[in-house]
Design a protein around this ligand. Structure first.
Ligand code: FAD
Length: 394
C-alpha cells in the first residue's frame, strides 16, 4: 500500500543519531523474532522463561545498558529509552524485567553500593547470569514508602532484617534483592537504608503472586524477610534516606516514558493493519471516516509521546533532568497509551478481545504500568507541586 508509517509521518528518525537507530533496530529485531512469537502463550500460561531470557537480554547488551563499567554497555539514556520502547512494543512484562534488572537493582548497586558489592554483582547481572529485584513497596505502603515497616536492626556487626515487601517484580527468580528498610541510624524516613540481600540467605523467601490479569508475562512476588542475618557489608554505603530508592525509581520511570509509547505504537500499527484488511459493509474498515478519525487522533498522541520521550532523553543525556520532568513523561505517555490500547481494541471488534492480537494484552499490561513507578495520581501531584509550589500529597 502507499500508506506511510508513523515514524515516517513524524520524521522521528531525524531526531536520532545513527548509533541510536542501530540499537533500536537491533532490539526491535530481537523482540520480533525471539519474543513476539511466544509472548501470548507466556501471558496466557503466566509462565516466563526468565532465566533463559535474561541471558539472551544480557547478550543483547540491554541489562544496565546505560551504566558504565562492570560489564555494562555505557550507552546514553536515549539509547536505553529506545531499547525500552522496542521491548515494550512486544510486551510490558519483558520491559519490566529489563527495567527492574538494569534500572532498579543494578542502578542501585552501581550508584549507592560499595566497590565490593559492584564487583560481586554487576558483571553477572549485566550478563543476565544473576537476576535482581528491588523491594520497596509493602502490603500497606505503596505510594507512601516513608511509612515502611521492614526494619534492619544491629546485632553486633551484623544486620537482622524483618518485614514483608509486596508486588516485587522478579522476586521469586532473583539471585539478589535490593531491600529498603528502616534503621535507627537516623530519625524517621531519614533512617531508611538499602541492603544487598543474596536470596539464598536463611530467612528470605519470595512466594509468587498468582491470578494477575495484567503483566502475566512477568514474575511478581512477595518478599518475606524473617530474621535475615546479613554482614555489616550488606548495607549500601551511599544511599541515605528515601532519596536512595526514589532516585533509583526515577531511572526506571524514565524507561517507561519510552516503553509505554512502544506499547501504544504496537496497538496502533495492529489496528491500522487490521482496518485495511477487515471489510465491513462491503469495503475496508480503513476507508471509513470514523475509523480514520480514530487513527489520526491516536497517531497524534503516539507521535507527541515520542517527541516528549526523545526530548526528555536529551535532557537526561545532558545530566539536567528533574524528577518532575520524568513525571510529565510517565503520566502523559502511560495515560495516552492505555487510552490508545482501548480505542484500538474497538477497531478490532470481537477479535480485539483475544490473545491472537496484542492489543488487549497491552491494554491489560498498561493497567500495571499506570500504577507502578508512581501512580498517575502521584505524578499529577508531583507536577501540581512543581507548578504551584504547594505539596498536596497529604
Ligand atoms: P496505594 O498507594 O494504596 O494507592 C491506591 C490509590 O490511591 C491509587 O490510585 C493512588 O494513586 C491513590 N493515592 C495515593 N496517594 C494519594 C494522594 N496523596 N492523593 C490522592 N490519591 C492518592 N514495587 C516495588 O517496590 N518493586 C517492584 O518491583 C514492583 N513491581 C510491581 C509490579 C506490578 C505488576 C505492580 C502492580 C506493582 C509493582 N510494585 C513494585 C508496586 C507499585 O510500585 C505500587 O503498587 C505503587 O507504588 C502503588 O502503591 P499501592 O498499590 O500500594 O497503591
Amino acid at each position: 500500500s502507499n500508506a506511510q508509517s508513523l515514524t515516517q509521518l513524524f520524521a522521528l528518525d531525524s531526531l536520532l543519531e545513527q548509533e541510536e537507530i542501530d540499537i533500536r533496530d537491533t532490539v526491535r529485531k530481537f523482540g520480533n523474532e525471539r519474543i513476539r512469537p511466544h509472548v501470548a502463550q507466556w501471558f496466557e500460561e503466566a509462565k516466563l522463561p526468565a532465566r533463559e531470557l535474561a541471558k539472551e537480554l544480557g547478550q543483547l547488551g540491554v541489562l544496565g545498558m546505560h551504566l558504565d563499567g562492570y560489564g555494562c554497555a555505557g550507552m546514553s539514556a536515549t539509547a536505553y529509552g529506545l531499547a525500552c520502547l522496542e521491548l515494550e512494543a512486544v510486551d510490558s512484562g519483558i520491559r519490566s524485567l529489563v527495567s527492574v534488572q538494569g534500572s532498579l537493582a543494578m542502578f542501585s548497586i552501581h550508584h549507592w553500593g560499595s566497590e565490593e558489592q559492584k564487583q560481586e554483582w554487576l558483571p553477572r547481572m549485566a550478563a543476565g547470569e544473576a537476576i535482581g529485584c528491588f523491594g520497596l513497596t509493602e502490603p500497606d505502603f505503596g505510594s507512601n514508602p516513608a511509612g515502611m515497616r521492614t526494619n534492619a536492626k544491629r546485632d553486633g556487626d551484623d544486620w537482622i532484617l524483618n518485614g514483608t515487601k509486596m508486588w516485587i517484580t522478579n522476586g521469586s527468580i532473583a539471585d539478589v534483592a535490593v531491600v529498603w528498610a528502616q534503621t535507627d541510624l537516623e530519625e524517621g524516613s531519614k533512617g531508611i537504608r538499602g541492603f544487598v540481600v543474596p536470596t539464598d540467605t536463611p530467612g528470605f523467601s519470595a512466594p509468587e503472586i498468582h491470578s494477575k490479569l495484567s503483566l502475566r508475562a512477568s514474575v511478581t512476588s512477595e518478599l518475606v524477610l524473617d530474621g535475615v542475618r546479613l554482614p555489616s557489608s550488606a548495607m549500601m554505603p551511599k544511599a541515605k534516606g528515601l532519596r536512595g530508592p526514589l532516585t533509583s525509581l526515577g531511572e526506571a520511570r524514565f524507561g517507561i516514558v519510552f516503553g509505554a509509547i512502544g506499547a501504544a505504537r504496537d496497538c496502533l500499527e495492529t489496528a491500522i493493519e487490521y482496518s485495511q484488511s477487515r471489510e465491513v459493509f462491503d469495503k475496508p474498515l480503513a476507508g471509513y471516516q470514523l475509523t480514520q478519525a480514530k487513527i489520526a487522533d491516536m497517531a497524534l498522541e503516539v507521535g507527541k509521546g515520542h517527541l516528549l520521550a526523545y526530548h526528555l532523553g536529551r535532557i537526561k543525556d545532558r545530566g539536567e533532568i528533574a524528577p518532575e520532568q520524568v513525571s510529565l513523561g510517565k503520566l502523559n505517555n502511560v495515560r495516552e497509551a492505555i487510552a490508545i490500547a482501548r480505542e484500538c481494541r474497538t477497531i478490532l471488534g470481537a477479535n480485539g478481545i483475544t490473545l491472537e492480537y496484542p492489543v488487549i494484552r497491552h491494554a491489560n499490561n498498561l493497567e500495571s504500568v499506570l500504577t507502578y513507578e508512581g501512580t498517575s495520581e502521584v505524578h499529577q501531584l508531583t507536577i501540581g507541586k512543581a507548578l504551584t509550589g504547594e505539596a498536596a500529597f497529604r
